[in-house]
Design a protein around this ligand. Structure first.
Ligand code: GLA
Length: 377
């Protein structure tokens, strides 16, 4: 990928720039909790967006996407927003840095990636973090701290891409560390690295290939439900609510909002239980919690789909330790924690059964927990 980017850059811009990368992410547990002030448990993966950049001495950004095979050129003022949606991520990052008093000047860039698109692995956060990191290095002497870089990506989603997301994806992409998952408290922004090397188990993703796109999905509506319930309870976020609190206002809120909040409150407990279990190396409990999360995401939060529920059923039948839909939902993939000796049978069974029912195999994505945003030597 590096060579491909390098050659394209040389050909297009007749020079050589600096190479940066940032990663997609997985999330072991803690879904739809970030915008509720709760806990998440993500890690960066070995699938990245990589970009070569060089200041061009003008006030224009000129950028080429190898994977989409498209070129975009835009200025750095608010009214210069490009029309291509992929370019809006980069434009948004530039604008958010400028809005915070940071410096961005014209630059040339070429980028490519191997984070599968629409699979719920946060290719967009990888793109935002890669450019935020690069522009911080290139124009700001790395004076913008890492949390601010993550927030620049998140604000880009809010203000330029129409997704009212939480901080998890951009956090994971910026802070990722090889071999470690991270528990982030999305209210205090305190975080802790957890070594993650489950001996005897593999972590594998199965991509249903059902298109996952949060922009026009009811993702923002889920968030509104949570905010309504929190407002009814007189608290800032559902982080501060218990099941008892929720039950007290049950008759004042819609049945749908009740289910959404029930999931979020339960998920908070599950993340904490998983942290304890991980410390003890108790992967059976981790797995059980993953199944419970799937159940909640499917029945209460209603962000699953028949294909993902089917993959979850197959995992259960094959004796997989833990399995659940991962990320925002509405398609994408399941994350599975499977014992080494069951792996081959699980993959073969999932492929065959899914193919029989939906006419195509799920795509197997093996992931290695890796570093986040960085300059590539
Ligand atoms: C998407 C969002 C995140 C988070 C997850 C669900 O990935 O970008 O902020 O809300 O969905 O956990």
């Amino acid at each position: 990928m590096k060579t491909k980017i390098n050659e394209e850059f040389k050909q297009r811009f007749g020079a050589e720039g600096t190479m940066y990368a940032s990663a997609g992410r997985i999330n072991l547990i803690g879904e739809h909790t970030d915008y509720n002030g709760g806990f998440v448990f993500p890690g960066a993966i070995d699938k990245v967006i990589m970009a070569e950049l060089k200041p061009n001495g003008t006030d224009k950004v000129r950028v080429f996407s190898i994977d989409i095979n498209e070129y975009a050129e835009f200025g750095l003022n608010e009214e210069d927003a490009p029309s291509q949606s992929w370019a809006r991520y980069i434009f948004g990052v530039c604008r958010e840095i400028i809005k915070r008093g940071g410096k961005v000047q014209g630059f040339d860039a070429v980028f490519a990636g191997n984070v599968p698109l629409g699979a719920g692995l946060s290719s967009s956060a990888a793109l935002e973090s890669c450019f935020a990191f690069a522009l911080n290095d290139m124009f700001n002497n790395n004076s913008i701290d890492k949390f601010e870089l993550a927030k620049i990506g998140q604000s880009t989603e809010h203000n330029y891409c129409g997704v009212n997301c939480g901080i998890m994806d951009q956090f994971a992409s910026v802070f990722g560390k090889k071999g470690h998952l991270m528990r982030l408290d999305c209210r205090s922004l305190e975080y802790e690295y957890y070594p993650f090397n489950p001996e005897g188990y593999k972590l594998v993703l199965l991509d249903s290939k059902v298109k996952h796109e949060l922009k026009d999905s009811p993702y923002n509506k889920r968030r509104q439900s949570c905010e309504r319930v929190a407002a009814r309870l007189g608290i800032e976020t559902l982080r501060d609510a218990t099941m008892e609190d929720l039950d007290k206002v049950k008759s004042d809120i819609t049945a749908e909002d009740y289910l959404r909040a029930r999931f979020v409150i339960g998920e908070k407990e599950r993340v904490l239980a998983v942290c304890d279990a991980l410390v003890k190396g108790d992967y059976e409990t981790v797995g059980r919690k993953m199944y419970e999360t799937h159940e909640g995401l499917s029945k209460d939060y209603e962000v699953s789909c028949v294909e993902l529920d089917y993959l979850n059923d197959i995992a259960k039948e094959c004796g997989v330790t833990g399995s659940r839909i991962m990320g925002g939902g509405f398609g994408g993939c399941t994350i599975n924690l499977v014992k080494n000796e069951l792996y081959d049978n699980f993959i073969a069974t999932a492929k065959a059964k899914f193919n029989e029912k939906y006419g195509h195999e799920p795509v197997v994505i093996d992931v290695v927990i890796s570093d986040g945003a960085r300059k590539c030597e």
